[in-house]
Design a protein around this ligand. Structure first.
Ligand code: NAD
Length: 334
């Protein structure tokens, strides 16, 4: 009789893991560990054959050293900055992600945040709720016209590209900064590439879509924010640490930029000692033009199912001796 393997979902997803159990039927038993932090993984994964990881824990070198029979660590999502890819590769463990499940949702979310800031939805809603006044445009002035305005995309990958196409549908002029984009993407999408400084100086909406790397950490810092127009809006649906959120809080407070939509923070869940959260929670008049969502840009019912199915299918491929589809640590595999 074939022996069943053990696949562990480390965090976030609650039992019963019916989606993963169905995909891995006949290959592995699936368990949900519901770990709240990385320390809680210690001692729990030594005999795991496959790991599915969300975002509340990290697979550090220390955790990798405890993996005695693991073949694959699959990030149930796009970003894999919470996995030590090199440490895993040195032990012959594939690190994979699910790159394509939520492209539409995140692009929709970025546009929704940009329009909410631009159309004064946050300011009007917060002001009106208090006393039903003013019942006119005074609480939302000034507003620039989106059609004909300039959208600047930082990171013209899958989600950046999908956001660019949506912005074109709004009749915006779209430009992008991406030093590593596949040659010809600008032509495919009809989106000219410009330098970062030019993008920041000339865009009315700046939307961030890069991965988190050593190069992109705090890419949008105080000096980047100071280049933006005072009427401009910043949107970040990528990774929190790409934006210096303390500098963003200061820029919003001082009117250096006009608004921001933030789905991701450097530390999640947020805590009320963060200057950006304090600014957001303040009962100010006029309200600060800042929208924060709890890392939900990826989410739709269909997207969540697709993400979980694809993560489990990737584990199934590896445990069945096939090559993974979306390996992100090839350069380190030994
Ligand atoms: P992708 O790999 O398709 O695209 C990223 C792009 O960024 C690439 O074109 C790359 O060349 C570019 N890039 C890399 N370094 C850069 C730099 N220094 N400056 C400018 N551009 C740079 O990734 P994607 O699938 O489009 O995902 C984009 C981001 O969205 C990632 O950070 C991902 O983690 C995040 N994400 C967030 C959510 C959410 O719920 N908020 C969901 C999915 C993905």
């Amino acid at each position: 009789m074939k022996s069943m393997k053990r696949v562990v979902i480390t965090d976030y997803l609650e039992p019963p893991a019916s989606i993963e159990t169905q995909v891995l039927e006949g290959v592995a038993n699936v368990e949900c560990l519901l770990a709240k932090n990385t320390q809680e993984l210690m001692g729990e994964l030594t005999d795991a054959d496959g790991i599915i990881l969300c975002h509340e824990v990290s697979i550090t070198r220390e955790v990798v050293e405890e993996l005695h029979q693991c073949k694959a660590v699959v990030r149930c999502g796009v970003g894999f900055d919470n996995i030590d890819r090199k440490a895993a590769g040195e032990r012959g463990i594939y690190v994979c992600n699910v790159p394509d499940y939520g492209v539409d949702e995140v692009a929709d979310h970025a546009i929704a945040m940009a329009l909410a800031c631009n159309r004064g939805l946050i300011k009007a809603e917060r002001t009106l709720r208090k006393g039903l006044q003013p019942w006119d445009m005074r609480s939302i002035q000034p507003i620039f016209r989106v059609a004909g305005a300039t959208m600047g995309i930082i990171g013209l990958g899958r989600i950046g590209g999908a956001t660019a196409l949506r912005a074109k549908g709004l009749r915006m002029n779209v430009q992008a900064y991406d030093p590593y984009v596949r040659a010809g993407t600008d032509k495919l999408l009809g989106v000219p590439l410009v330098g970062l400084e030019e993008l920041l100086e000339t865009s009315d909406i700046v939307s961030v879509h890069t991965p988190l790397t050593e190069e992109t950490r705090k890419l949008i810092d105080a000096s980047a924010l100071s280049l933006m127009k005072p009427t401009a809006i910043l949107v970040n649906t990528a990774r929190g640490a790409v934006v210096d959120t303390d500098a963003l809080a200061a820029a919003l407070k001082e009117g250096q930029i006009a608004g921001a939509g933030i789905d991701v923070l450097p530390d999640e869940p947020a805590t009320s000692d963060m200057p950006l959260i304090q600014l957001w929670q303040q009962d100010r008049q006029p309200p600060v033009n800042l929208m924060i969502t709890p890392h939900t840009a990826f989410y739709s019912d269909a997207g969540l199912v697709e993400m979980r199915e694809k993560a489990a299918q990737e584990i199934r491929r590896v445990l069945s001796g096939e090559m993974p589809k979306n390996c992100v640590n090839r350069e380190f595999l030994q």
